[in-house]
Every structure is written in C-alpha cells, then in structure tokens.
Design a protein around this ligand. Structure first.
Ligand SMILES: CC(=O)N[C@H]1[C@@H](OP(=O)(O)OP(=O)(O)OC[C@H]2O[C@@H](n3ccc(=O)[nH]c3=O)[C@H](O)[C@@H]2O)O[C@H](CO)[C@@H](O)[C@@H]1O[C@H](C)C(=O)N[C@@H](C)C(=O)N[C@H](CCC(=O)O)C(=O)O
Ligand SMILES: Nc1ncnc2c1ncn2[C@@H]1O[C@H](COP(=O)(O)OP(=O)(O)OP(=O)(O)O)[C@@H](O)[C@H]1O
Ligand SMILES: N[C@H](CCC[C@H](N)C(=O)O)C(=O)O
Ligand SMILES: [Mg+2]
Length: 500
C-alpha cells in the first residue's frame, strides 16, 4: 500500500533542489508519474528527457490533467504550480519513487539477473526454486511481470523506474518474499534500477547484441557491470550480505570480480568454479550432469536440453544457494522444472518430424540452439530464421552465417521487421553467407515455416528461431497476431493429413 504523503514531506528526500516558488499550497500526493497520460488530480509529474520526447514539453498538459507539482531539470515556463528543479529528473524520480512506494525493495529479497542470453530462463528457474520452498514469489522480465501466479503485461524487460517501484510495492503488499528480476543493459545505463536494493546479482554471459544502442562491446560490458558495481558495499556479518553470482567461464564474468565489493559465488563448466558441472550428457529428453558444490557432488537430471541450459541451471542454483536454500531442495526443484515457453519448446507430431520454437535472436543464442539440436536430432536440422528490424544491424550477417553453417537447411525469413524493409534485412543476413543463392528465402514467416515443415523428413528437427513466446509480429508500426507454435502446429497437422 502507498502511504498518503504530503508533497512537501516527499520532496525532502531530494537533497539538492530549488523549489520555485518556495512557498506553495501543500497537498496529499495521489500519484507520482512521468507520463502525462497517467496524470490524475494531485499528481506529481516528473519531466524526463527521453530518446523520442522531452517530458518538459508536456508540463502544461500535465497541469491541465491535475498535476500539482512538477519535477524538472530544465526551466519550464509555468505559473501557479510549484516546480522542483533538480540536477537530473530521472535520478530525482528514482529517489522520489523509492520513498513514495515505501522502499519496497528493502523488504524483499531481490535477485537481479543480467547478461546477453539466459535472463528469462534463469529468472524462471529461480522463481520455481523459491516457489517450491513454499514462498510467494515475484518475477519481472521480458514476458511479463508476475506476482504468485498472477500475470501482468509489460512493455520492457526491465520497466521504467516508477512502474518498477510500483510493482515492488505491490509485491510487498501481496507478501512476496523473493523477486527474480531481469536487468537489461539498457535499463542499467538508463538508471531504471537506481534505488533498487538488490541482494543477489547474477551474470549469465556477454556476447554480441544491442550494439545499435550501446555502439561498442566495451560500452555494453560497462552497462552490465553496473549491476555488480552498484551492489551493496558494506558487510553486515549476519549472513545476509550481498552476493555476486558470476559465470567465470566468460571473461567478462571474471572481469566483474574486480567491479564488485560483494561476496562472490562463481559458477562454470570449464574453469574451477565454486559451483560447477562436469560429465554433461545431452539427450533428447533432457540433460544429465554432475553438480559440484564446493567439495560435494550430486548427479542431476534436468528436463531442459543443451549445454547452455546447464549454465542457466548453475546460475539459478548459485542464486538460491547464496540465499541459503539447501542444495538438495534446490536440486529437487530444478529436476522438476519443465522449461520456459518459447525456449527450446518442443512440438512433436506423428510424422516423425519435430519442431523446436526458440527465442534465439542473437548470434550466440542461435549457435547454442543449433549446436544442441545437432546433438539430439536423429537426422537433419532445418532452421527458419529472421532478424529483427530497428535493432543491431551487425547481428544480421553473423546470424545468417551461423544458420547456414550449423544447420542442414537454413530458410531465411522475417522476424519483427518493424519500420525496416524486410527484404533489406534478409539481404543483410545473406551477406554473411558464402553461396547465398542457395538459401531459400520467404519474406512471409508463415510461408517459411510451412516450407520448412514440408521439406522435413522423419527424424528431422525444424528449429524456428527468434520469436519464442512472442504472439505477434511487428510490421511497420502495426502489431499483428502471429505465433510460431500455432503456425508450426498447423503445418504439422497438414503434413500428418498428407501422410495418411
Ligand atoms: C530507447 C529506449 O530505451 N526507450 C525507452 C525510454 O523511452 P524514451 O526515452 O524514448 O521516452 P520517450 O518516449 O522519449 O518519452 C520521454 C518522456 O516523455 C513522457 N511523455 C511522452 C509522450 C507523452 O505524450 N507524454 C509524456 O509524458 C514519457 O512518459 C517519458 O517520461 O524509456 C521508456 C520508459 O522507461 C521505455 O519504455 C522505452 O523503451 C522502449 C519502448 C524500447 O523499445 N526499449 C528497448 C530498446 C529496451 O529498453 N529494451 C530493453 C532490453 C530488452 C531485452 O534485451 O530483453 C528492455 O529492458 O526492455
Ligand atoms: N546461457 C545461455 N547462453 C547462450 N545462449 C542462451 C543461454 N540461455 C538461453 N540462450 C539462448 O538465448 C535465447 C533467449 O533466452 P532467454 O530468453 O532466457 O534470454 P534473455 O537473456 O532473457 O533474452 P532477452 O534479452 O531477449 O530477454 C534462448 O532461446 C536460447 O536460444
Ligand atoms: N529484447 C530483444 C528481443 C528481440 C526479439 C526479436 N524477435 C526481435 O524482435 O528482434 C530486443 O528487443 O532487442
Ligand atoms: Mg529476457
């Protein structure tokens, strides 16, 4: 619950500010928002400079809608409503919303997960472990926000500061004790998690993505490092100090050991990590391996396939271990976990052809998915792949190359073209492919899926990559219903009928 608070009392948390006019009529704050569309009577509107719009230009609109106070970092020409001038309105928003929503993160065990790939998977694994301990859990990530089993839609993987603080506040209200949260590099650099008191921070891996935004891998790595450098810097000695969980097979994970003052729990397969997997055996129904936790060893069988998923399991194990859950209990929960929607999701059929829908939309994700399927497929691996528009252009030739190199037949198509010309995106993918004229191309994703499934023979696996759980396709500015699982199921049914 949000406590009723007087505006004058709330803004006390901002240390360096100038309020103009200094004298104003106080009021009980009904809402704190950065979006004019949300403003109600007695709101405080925070003017934020965004990539597309400048909130300072919407101040008059906010006042008309009922805002009684404005927080701004630049001069705004208005009368009658006090303006609180600050150095940076996003930072002010983080400080204000943390106070307004009761510093909710301090009452929760917040586990943040960052890295290029595996965040959604690891957060779901962590959620499953804590639920199995009988705890009420919260989850914040790409697919949705969740409180217990209740699902809320989301726009971003890591929400904006106010949405996030509101969500954490609601979680406290609903008696959540542990929150598993994806923390994107873009959110870290934009300060969306300022004020969130993480208890455990997990690093999965760093490979190419989002260079449209970060421009260089060094900037991208720096953004990720913030989760670890911002992790608490004092030691209570009560067994609840902050912990950084790091994949030390990745050189970036090794680097992050220098960036944090927190306790460190390492995991990996190749390096002598504290939590380690050996003797990995991948089969069509799952993966077996030996789990080493310091000097103890357990054989473990999970239902998820792939060496990359062993990393995800190790990351989730380490996070729960850091929180004090007993190893045996974590292992039981992990063994029962059946996977995340749209991540290596298997669709079988009586034709002998299997389809796997996977959210691999980065070069490394695609490589991992194809390598895994190559190990379990009885015969060929076919791959339907496209690349997203208005996203990192440099991924395109690399993903084209990987698709052709590591599958028996790659079919190029569209992902979410957004405002770009889908044919140009495919042409960019083809520049990474030697002998590109041999690659079948279908601009329409449905046609590509149908073609792949028609071409497939018993024993073959068709990987439909890139869109995973998404139930839409964004073409131009329009979001149309499109679901890879639905499309594959229909195409498999047609194949079954044709076989009769
Ligand atoms: C490029 C980018 O990151 N944009 C994010 C950013 O928006 P922005 O800076 O463009 O904001 P803006 O639209 O210019 O608006 C500026 C201000 O004016 C206000 N405004 C605007 C219009 C109006 O009529 N009234 C009004 O008050 C807005 O509320 C805002 O406060 O801040 C918004 C609020 O935090 C985000 O929702 C938005 O994410 C957009 C939708 C997006 O697509 N972001 C992607 C790139 C992203 O963040 N991805 C990551 C990683 C995904 C992953 O790897 O899983 C993520 O965490 O989602
Ligand atoms: N540990 C991993 N290493 C490499 N690839 C992975 C790993 N885990 C998952 N993947 C691949 O990346 C895809 C996306 O996985 P997941 O959704 O868990 O990652 P994410 O980090 O949340 O991605 P996003 O940034 O898009 O939200 C999977 O479908 C799989 O192909
Ligand atoms: N979080 C990622 C998801 C990409 C998914 C893919 N289907 C695409 O649209 O490019 C992004 O927004 O860049
Ligand atoms: Mg995700």
């Amino acid at each position: 619950m949000v406590k009723k608070m007087q505006a004058s009392k709330l803004i006390k948390c901002l240390r360096f500010k100038k309020v103009l006019p200094a004298e104003y009529e106080d009021f009980t704050v009904s809402l704190l928002t950065q979006n004019t569309k949300e403003v109600i009577e007695n709101s405080i509107f925070v003017a934020v400079k965004g990539a597309q719009f400048d909130g300072h230009r919407f101040v008059k609109e906010a006042i008309q809608a009922g805002a009684k106070m404005i927080i701004a970092q630049e001069r705004v020409a208005i009368d009658g409503v006090p303006v609180v001038y600050v150095e940076n309105s996003k930072r002010a928003m983080a400080i204000l919303s943390s106070h307004f929503y009761g510093n909710a993160s301090q009452a929760l065990r917040v586990i943040g997960v960052t890295g290029t790939n595996g965040k959604t998977t690891v957060t779901h694994l962590i959620e499953a472990i804590f639920r199995a301990q009988g705890e009420e859990t919260g989850l914040i990530g790409t697919m949705y926000r969740k409180i217990g089993s209740e699902i809320f839609p989301t726009k971003n993987t890591t929400p904006d500061i106010i949405t996030l603080q509101r969500a954490l506040n609601k979680m406290v209200e609903r008696h959540v004790s542990t929150v598993a949260m994806e923390v994107s590099s873009i959110a870290l650099i934009q300060g969306r998690v300022w004020g969130v008191d993480f208890d455990i921070a997990v690093f999965t891996n760093l490979t190419r993505d989002h260079l449209d935004y970060h421009k260089t891998m060094a900037n991208y790595e720096h953004a990720k490092s913030l989760l670890f450098s911002q992790l608490g810097n004092c030691y209570t000695g009560n067994g609840d100090d902050k912990v950084a969980v790091l994949n030390i097979d990745d050189p970036v994970g090794r680097q992050f050991q220098q960036d944090t003052a927190a306790h460190i729990l390492t995991y990996g397969i190749e390096q002598p990590a504290m939590i380690r997997a050996t003797d990995i055996k991948i089969h069509s129904q799952g993966t077996d391996f030996k789990l080493h936790v310091f000097d103890q060893v357990w054989p473990i069988r999970v239902k998820m396939i792939g060496r990359f998923n062993v990393y995800n399991i190790l990351a989730a194990f380490a996070a729960a271990y850091a929180a004090g859950v007993k190893s045996e209990r974590i292992i039981t929960a992990l063994s029962e976990f059946s996977g995340v929607k749209g991540r290596m999701q298997l669709i079988t059929s009586t034709t002998g052809v299997s389809v796997v829908v996977d959210y691999s939309h980065t070069p490394d994700g695609l490589f991992q998915a194809l390598k895994t399927l190559d190990e379990v497929a009885q015969k060929r691996v076919l791959c339907v792949i496209g690349c997203g528009g208005d996203r990192d252009h440099g991924k395109r030739p690399k993903m084209g190359e990987i698709a052709v190199k590591y599958s028996d037949l790659a079919i190029f198509t569209s992902d979410n073209p957004r405002t770009e010309d889908p044919e140009k995106i495919i042409a960019a993918m083809l520049t990474g492919v030697p002998g590109k004229s041999e690659v079948p191309v279908f601009v329409k994703r449905r046609a590509a899926i149908n073609y792949a499934i028609k071409q497939a023979q018993p024993g073959d696996v068709v990987l439909i990559a890139g869109k995973g759980h998404e139930d839409y396709q964004i073409i131009g500015k329009e979001k149309r219903h499109f679901d890879d699982v639905e499309e594959a199921t229909k195409a498999l049914k047609l194949k079954e009928q044709a076989d009769k």
